[in-house]
Design a protein around this ligand. Structure first.
Ligand SMILES: Cc1cc2nc3c(=O)[nH]c(=O)nc-3n(C[C@H](O)[C@H](O)[C@H](O)COP(=O)(O)OP(=O)(O)OC[C@H]3O[C@@H](n4cnc5c(N)ncnc54)[C@H](O)[C@@H]3O)c2cc1C
Length: 159
């Protein structure tokens, strides 16, 4: 097993040693963006330490109002059992535009991008050595339970 290795840094070697590849990176990058780049939405995070024991009483609060510039506040201590500290750390999430230097958080599943994705799916069917999976390989937003279900279904199909 090789960890901390970018597939694209050692692509030729990795493709030669593997009988099957499960690729969970961006499908358009795998094909060197030959049909064009798929678009994403990104996020910007701002964290702060607050001099209060409890800011929002919950790990996650979503904000949907147009006037509020962030989409949610995470208060990290509520993921843990110990909430006694007199301080608390919160992170505000702001929507951000995306470019290839940034993390591709959410796919933009509009008609243009879905059509482009289908072109990559079509060429992926020509090579059954590579299985594309997960949120980047399938260009689809999945919650964690859904992505695990997708992985289990893929395994069933393959075995
Ligand atoms: C901002 C945000 C908030 C979310 N909040 C929730 C939530 O509250 N609840 C919930 O259920 N789900 C949430 N999700 C969804 C959850 O994160 C996904 O369901 C899950 O991460 C998808 O798993 P995955 O394996 O498809 O993708 P990832 O977790 O992204 O895993 C892909 C893997 O492929 C590897 N990889 C990619 N490219 C390469 C490469 N070139 N070389 C080597 N390795 C590579 C990556 O390192 C990574 O380990 C959220 C997602 C986002 C983006």
């Amino acid at each position: 097993m090789k960890l901390n290795t970018d597939f694209f840094d050692d692509r030729e070697n990795l493709e030669n040693i593997a009988e099957k590849i499960i690729f969970t990176g961006p499908i358009d990058k795998y094909y060197d963006y030959k049909f064009g780049e798929l678009e994403y939405r990104s996020l910007r995070f701002e964290s702060e330490i607050l001099e209060e024991q409890n800011h929002q009483g919950n790990a996650v609060v979503n904000y949907t109002e147009y006037e509020v510039p962030y989409t949610r506040i995470i208060e990290h201590k509520h993921f843990e059992f110990d909430t006694e500290s007199p301080k608390t750390i919160i992170t505000k999430e702001y929507p951000d535009s995306w470019n290839k230097e940034k993390e591709p958080y959410y796919p933009v599943n509009d008609e243009k991008n879905n059509n482009l994705y289908q072109k990559y799916v079509a060429i992926s069917k020509e090579n059954n050595k590579v299985i594309f999976g997960g949120r980047l390989g399938s260009y689809k937003y999945y919650d964690m339970d859904k992505v695990i279900m997708e992985a289990l279904n893929l395994v069933k199909q393959e075995l």
